[in-house]
Ligand binder design. Structure first.
Ligand code: ADP
Ligand code: MG
Length: 240
């Protein structure tokens, strides 16, 4: 079953006269970790933001869980977005930061605490629940940002370069953490990165974009062994 289906999705920013995303067809299976990769400006964030409903679709359709959501508001789409600049609330504790979205939805306190604690456990944050963001390392803060998305138990996580602000060592550690979490939770994930090493290590499949056009979508092994064209070969083969 497709968790997310994109059909001929196009985006033209007002008055730009060019397509930032150009006719993308893509089916993301339930539980899949799909990586969108490509050089800066190729349309990755635009595509992800259209899936989230943060950007209008110029042409084409987006379905989530068999429902056409093309014209739905972000809050009705049952997806959770993790951004590159994970702004946590500095005056709130880790517990309150993770639970914020649930509080907005007026969830009962006992259920909220239980969910927050379960998510904190899976992220290794249990002992930090009462700390403020300023008392955490960069990696811990990024985990809190993930926790905020995870606590909602959405149909899919949409992540836009969530590790790009971390130093190289932490980035590698967080990559392993993400892979472990995905294995454990199995939630459909669409993950954007410009880093082909990250793409090839994390993706169950990897979709390569160039100039808004999907070049190839395959498993890392197939991309590596049978690239569809010279661009894919060069991009996947180029050093980090
Ligand atoms: P990526 O995330 O792959 O770096 P983006 O989706 O941010 O690429 O951008 C794709 C193209 O759309 C680029 O040419 C970019 O300049 C353009 N673009 C992105 N956001 C806007 C915007 N808000 N208004 C106009 N053009 C934009
Ligand atoms: Mg981007």
């Amino acid at each position: 079953m497709a968790a997310i289906r994109l059909t001929d999705v196009c985006k033209e920013y007002d008055g730009s006269g060019a397509l930032a995303v150009d006719g993308v067809d893509l089916e993301i299976a339930d539980g899949e970790f799909m990586v969108l990769v490509g050089p800066s400006g190729c349309g990755k964030s635009t595509l992800l933001r259209m899936i989230a409903g943060l950007e209008d679709v110029t042409f084409g359709t987006i379905e989530i869980g068999e429902r056409d959501v093309t014209d739905e508001e972000p809050r009705d789409r049952d997806v959770a977005m993790v951004f590159q600049n994970y702004a946590l609330y500095p005056h709130l504790s880790v517990r309150e930061n993770i639970g914020f979205g649930l509080k907005l939805r007026k969830m009962a306190k006992a259920e909220m605490n239980e969910r927050v604690e379960r998510v904190a456990r899976s992220l290794g944050l249990t002992e930090y629940l009462d700390r403020k963001p300023a008392q955490l390392s960069g990696g811990q803060r990024q985990r809190v940002a993930m926790g905020r998305a995870m606590v909602r138990q959405p149909a899919a996580y949409l992540m836009d370069e969530p590790l790009s602000n971390l130093d190289a060592k932490l980035r590698v550690a967080m990559r392993a953490e993400l892979a472990r979490l995905h294995e454990q939770l199995g939630v459909t994930t669409v993950y954007v990165t410009h880093d082909q090493v990250e793409a090839m290590t994390l993706g169950s499949r990897v979709a390569v974009l160039r100039g808004g056009v999907l070049q190839q979508c395959d498993t890392p092994e197939t991309l590596f062994e049978r690239p569809a064209n010279a661009f894919v070969a060069g991009f996947i083969g180029s050093p980090a």
